[in-house]
Design a protein around this ligand. Structure first.
Ligand SMILES: Nc1ncnc2c1ncn2[C@@H]1O[C@H](COP(=O)(O)OP(=O)(O)OP(=O)(O)O)[C@@H](O)[C@H]1O
Ligand SMILES: [Mg+2]
Length: 240
C-alpha cells in the first residue's frame, strides 16, 4: 500500500532521512519507534506530502505522491502537534474540515462520545488543554473512515483512561482500515496494538520485523527489553 524507495531529506545541511526504503502492506498495524529526532515525524509527513523529499519516490496505492493530492482522500492523519486555528470553536473546526473534504462525513461518533467532546463543542480550539486537543485531533483523523491511518504519537498527551480508549479504537479500526502506521515511544503500547515494528535511528530504518518474530514463542516476554537487546545488537553490527 505504501512503497518508499531511496528517500532522502535534508534540512539545510542536516541529513534527516538517509536512503530510506520501506514497503508497508495492507492489513497491518505498524509501529514506528526510535529516539527523539530520528526522523519519524519527517517520514510520516513525507508520505502525506507535507514534507517534500530531496530524493527518492513514495507511492501510495501505486500512485506517486509527487505533484498529486488525490491520494490523500483515503488518509486519516493525526499530527504529533495539532496546529488547527486557535480561534475556531471545536464545532466550527469539525465543520471546516468537513467542508474542505467536500463530503458529508461527521466526526467519529464513538470517539465524540467516549472522549466527551460534545462538552467542549463551544470552546475555542486554542483554549483546550493538550489532552483535549489530542482528543479532537483523533476525532478528525477518524472522521472519513480512512483506509490508511497515519497517527503520530496519538496517546502522548492523553490521560490513562483516554489512552486506553484510543488504543481500543485503533485495534477496532484495524478491521475497517487497511493500514495503520503509528509512532510511539511506549513499548507496552506497541506490544498491545501493533503487528510490526519499524525502528529508526538517525534517519535510517535499522529494524523492520513482525512482533511475533521477536517474541519467538516466548511466554514470558517484555517487548521493551527484547527490543533494547535487538537494537544494541544492530548498533554493534553497524559499528564493527
Ligand atoms: N522544519 C524543520 N527544520 C529544520 N529541522 C527540522 C525540521 N523538522 C524537523 N527537523 C529536524 O529533523 C530531525 C528529525 O525530526 P523529526 O521530527 O522527524 O523526529 P522524530 O523522530 O519525530 O522525533 P520525536 O520523537 O521527538 O517526535 C530532528 O533533528 C529535527 O530537529
Ligand atoms: Mg515526531
Amino acid at each position: 500500500m505504501i512503497e518508499i524507495k531511496n528517500l532522502n531529506k535534508y534540512y539545510g545541511k542536516f541529513h534527516v532521512l538517509k536512503n530510506l526504503d520501506l514497503n508497508l502492506e495492507k492489513g497491518e498495524i505498524v509501529a514506528l519507534m526510535g529516539p527523539n529526532g530520528s526522523g519519524k515525524t519527517t517520514l510520516m509527513k513525507s508520505i502525506l506530502g507535507l514534507v517534500i523529499p530531496d530524493k527518492g519516490e513514495i507511492k501510495v496505492n501505486q500512485i506517486s505522491v509527487k505533484n498529486n493530492s488525490s491520494y490523500r482522500k483515503i488518509i486519516g492523519y493525526m499530527p504529533q502537534i495539532a496546529n488547527y486555528p486557535e480561534n475556531l470553536k471545536v464545532s466550527e473546526l469539525f465543520k471546516l474540515i468537513r467542508d474542505i473534504r467536500g463530503g458529508d462525513d461527521s466526526p467519529d461518533k464513538e470517539l465524540i462520545a467516549d472522549f466527551r467532546i460534545e462538552e467542549i463543542y463551544n470552546k475555542n480550539f486554542g483554549q483546550l488543554s493538550g489532552g483535549y486537543k489530542q482528543r479532537v485531533t483523533a476525532a478528525i483523523a477518524f472522521m472519513h473512515k480512512p483506509s490508511l491511518l497515519i497517527l503520530d504519537e496519538p496517546t502522548s498527551s492523553l490521560d490513562p483512561l483516554s489512552s486506553e480508549i484510543m488504543k481500543s479504537k485503533i485495534l477496532k479500526e484495524k478491521k475497517e482500515s487497511n493500514l495503520i502506521f503509528v509512532s510511539s515511544h511506549i513499548a507496552s503500547e506497541v506490544e498491545l496494538i501493533a503487528d510490526r515494528i519499524i525502528y529508526m535511528l538517525e534517519g535510517k530504518i535499522i529494524l523492520n520485523t513482525l512482533i511475533k518474530n521477536i517474541k519467538n514463542g516466548a511466554t514470558e516476554f517484555k517487548l521493551g527489553k527484547a527490543l533494547k537487546d535487538l537494537i544494541d545488537m544492530k548498533i554493534k553490527e553497524k559499528n564493527d
